[in-house]
Ligand binder design. Structure first.
Ligand SMILES: NC(=O)c1ccc[n+]([C@@H]2O[C@H](COP(=O)([O-])OP(=O)(O)OC[C@H]3O[C@@H](n4cnc5c(N)ncnc54)[C@H](OP(=O)(O)O)[C@@H]3O)[C@@H](O)[C@H]2O)c1
Length: 320
């Protein structure tokens, strides 16, 4: 391939992306790192595989990573890392994930859009139109509704601020205590019950870890206000699916917007497709922007070459 640029250090690009996307990544990254030799994994020589200390990865195949035995760290171009944490649990290299303000902005835009969708009863009006039903539904102001955010990290904190600026009451929940202007924050198991009990709309922006798997369960869902809505933009298995379908069928939840699922693409026979009060999205809430992500990745690698300092690494013990 013709992406290899002159430079002394080999950086493999290891990913399961199609040829067009690979071209985009290679061209954006190469132009930002003139001192590096960026090479798609399939074009590496055996000698280059041995010499690589850093790899840029996009959903990498573990067999390919295993062929790079001298890696010090890998930089993912995605934000979620649960697969890599599981697949590379015995590897000695560090994992760096994408933290990109543009990704946070895109996610906050999606959170605001779908929160407004639920807030303004759009699913109900869609249903009414199908039945040719002309009926105004009661209106409550945004300032009378609380949107709760599970996860106040780089995505959740930005989304919380965006919702606050749009006029909602906003509450947030994280592992450690946080202070965010205008946002009511909670932490730990007790705070979790509180945020469920006060959220008219609940947005999940948690990572998938041993602690968050199945976290959204029947006990918590029954604490929510009447006809609450849920948006899951984190990861599918954070929801206990049986409990969740039960809450949708019995009307404990009025509507759910789901962008992430245990199996993706969502299988044709999955129950979520047929659920009238579920909006299924094909994992589109915050796509990585290749240009801004490349700038972040290149900045981190250039800094490492200059100073020997790694960017913030994934905490394997916590799983995110
Ligand atoms: N649908 C999409 O298109 C899309 C796109 C990108 C990312 N995502 C998902 O979004 C997730 C979040 O991304 P991010 O960049 O915001 O991650 P992040 O910066 O690591 O933030 C994670 C947040 O979750 C909190 N958290 C984690 N485990 C917890 C626990 N057991 N109890 C309470 N709080 C917990 C963390 O608390 P502390 O702050 O106290 O550590 C932090 O506030 C990703 O992991 C990925 O799964 C989805």
């Amino acid at each position: 391939m013709s992406f290899v640029v002159s430079g002394s250090n080999v950086i493999p690009f290891v990913g399961q992306v199609d040829a067009e996307e690979l071209t985009e990544w290679m061209s954006a990254l190469s132009s930002l790192m003139p001192g590096e030799r960026l090479v798609p994994f399939s074009d590496l020589t055996d000698e280059e595989k041995l010499s690589a200390e850093i790899a840029i990865v996009a959903n990498p195949h573990p067999d390919e990573i295993a062929k790079l035995p001298n890696l010090i760290w890998i930089h993912s171009v995605w934000a979620g890392v649960e697969r890599m944490v599981a697949e590379f649990k015995d590897s000695s290299f560090d994992i760096v994930r994408l933290i990109d303000p543009e990704l946070s902005r895109t996610m906050a835009e999606a959170v605001l859009s779908w929160s407004l969708y639920l807030h303004r009863d759009m699913p109900a009006y869609l249903h009414q139109q199908k039945n040719r039903e002309w009926k105004a539904r009661p209106y409550k102001k945004a300032s009378q509704k609380t949107v709760g955010i599970l996860g106040l990290g780089s995505l959740g904190a930005t989304a919380a601020n965006t919702l606050f600026e749009a006029g909602f009451k906003v509450a947030g929940w994280s592992r450690s205590n946080k202070e965010l202007s205008g946002i009511q924050t909670y932490a730990g198991p007790k705070g979790l019950k509180t945020i469920f009990s006060k959220s008219d709309i609940l947005v999940c922006l948690l990572p998938l870890t041993g602690e968050t798997r199945g976290l959204i369960n029947r006990d918590l869902l029954t604490l929510m206000p009447d006809r609450a809505g849920i948006i899951n933009f984190g990861r599918g298995p954070i929801i206990n699916k049986i409990d969740f379908l039960g809450a949708l069928e019995t009307g404990v939840l009025s509507h759910a917007v789901l962008d992430v699922f245990e199996t993706e693409p969502l299988p044709e026979d999955d129950a979520f497709w047929d659920q009238p009060n579920v909006t299924v999205l094909p994992h589109i809430s915050a796509p990585t922007d290749i240009q801004t992500a490349s700038e972040i990745v290149a900045g981190n690698i250039n800094n490492f070459r200059a100073t020997g300092e790694l960017p913030q690494i994934v905490n394997r013990g916590r799983g995110y």
